[in-house]
Design a protein around this ligand. Structure first.
Ligand code: NDP
Ligand code: GDR
Length: 343
């Protein structure tokens, strides 16, 4: 019997990779899609799967959309990946973020209770819930202290998932995923902002790239590995919460240093703090500048996850190391920009 899965956020980075993963496993894949003025199917097209998924109109802030999507898809597995997911925007749009990334979770859980309480549910929780560092390595038992309206909204989504599991016996699991990236990452996030900018600078389409806090540290993995963990959680006999991470951490500055050579730059740093500049030794051109406008009102300085429980119970391990991830992203953007520039 063909299994049916419903993915909210199917047009996003993770949604596209998860759809591809589930199609390869023989699932019929349905995706909730909030109609926008612009075409949002780019990632699904890039993976060559836009015609293989069934798209259902609906918005996460609309309960009736969610009920209809459950009825139309007859989904046995529901992956809630839809969100206002950019931390920076969450200070400008805190209420929208609370609705889309927070209270929408209870709308989906209610839709599941109403239509098919046996459906299994995955909630896209995040390391942003840890926020202020409390333990050197963050695990499922680390206390939460979110530092952004996004983190606060996600914490609601996390706890309502736990609550519906405990209250109604739903098979509802929450994946506490640390940052994961890919060539399909949104260009507002720092890794992709860097690789795209370096490729554009190399092709003379942009002068330099302005960034915020270069010292912030993240545990960066590959999105393709992380969607496999989501699926594994829903195959377990009992629902649970899992940290998904690599267990290593790198600064934004280190990401730039690793990416630069793949784009043909020989990077040296000059100055400190807000005066920091990244200069290409060969041409003498400044390619990276710090702009405090990109600093956040409250920062999460360091994240590093302990994926031990996922290793043990799910048999999950990341397959792509940091250096390979950076190379993959830098080379993909160089190819894209070269195509655009007609080189
Ligand atoms: P993206 O920002 O790439 O994708 C977000 C998706 O949500 C898009 O498909 C977007 O649709 C959709 N969406 C936004 N608002 C609505 C709405 N009102 N109704 C329906 N759909 C909506 O995120 P990622 O793929 O990177 O992340 C997936 C999930 O995992 C998110 O919930 C994110 O918060 C969470 N997460 C991500 C991590 C990461 O490092 N990537 C780490 C931990 C958690 P559209 O294309 O139309 O805008
Ligand atoms: P994050 O990712 O906030 O961790 O959330 P992002 O890539 O936006 O920032 C990572 C770190 O880089 C610093 N930074 C900059 N960030 C951006 N976007 N732009 C800049 O110019 C810049 N300069 C420095 C940031 O201050 C931060 O410290 C991501 C999202 O995918 C969330 O949805 C997800 O939940 C978490 O990862 C885990």
């Amino acid at each position: 019997m063909t299994k049916h899965a419903l993915i909210t956020g199917i047009t996003g980075q993770d949604g596209a990779y998860l759809a591809q993963f589930l199609l390869e496993k023989g699932y019929q894949v349905y995706g909730l899609i909030a109609r926008r003025g612009t075409d949002t199917l780019g990632r699904l097209r890039e993976l060559g799967i836009a015609d293989q998924v069934q798209l259902l109109d609906g918005d996460l802030i609309d309960l009736s959309s969610m009920i209809r999507a459950m009825e139309q898809s007859q989904a046995e597995e529901v992956y809630n990946l839809g969100a206002q997911s950019f931390v920076g925007t969450s200070w400008d749009q805190p209420i929208l973020t609370a609705e889309v990334s927070g209270t929408s979770v209870v709308r989906i859980l209610e839709a599941i209770r109403i239509t098919n309480p046996k459906a299994r549910f995955y909630q896209a929780s995040t390391s942003e819930m840890f926020g202020q560092i409390q333990e050197a390595l963050q695990s499922e038992r680390t206390p939460f202290h979110p530092r952004s309206p996004y983190g606060v909204a996600k914490l609601y989504g996390h706890w309502i998932t736990v609550n519906y599991r405990e209250s109604f016996g739903l098979h509802a699991s929450s994946g506490i995923l640390f940052n994961h990236e890919s060539p399909l990452r949104g260009t507002e996030f720092v890794t992709r902002k860097i690789t795209l900018a370096l490729a554009r600078i190399r092709h003379g389409l942009q002068g330099d790239v302005e960034l915020g806090n270069l010292d912030s540290k993240r545990d960066w993995g590959f999105a393709g590995d992380y969607v496999r963990a989501m699926w594994l959680m829903l195959q377990q006999p009992a629902p649970d919460d899992f940290v998904i991470a690599t267990g290593q951490t790198w600064t934004v500055r280190e990401f730039i240093e690793k990416a630069a050579p793949h784009v043909g730059f020989d990077l040296v740093w000059e100055g400190e703090g807000e005066q920091t500049q990244g200069i290409d030794r060969k041409s003498g051109k400044v390619i990276v500048r710090v702009n405090p406008a990109f600093y956040r009102p409250a920062e999460v300085d360091t994240l590093i996850g302990n994926p031990g429980k996922a290793h043990q119970q799910l048999g999950w391990k990341p397959t792509v190391q940091f250096d390979t991830l950076v190379q993959m992203m830098a080379e993909a953007d160089l190819r894209r920009v070269a195509r655009e520039a007609g080189a």
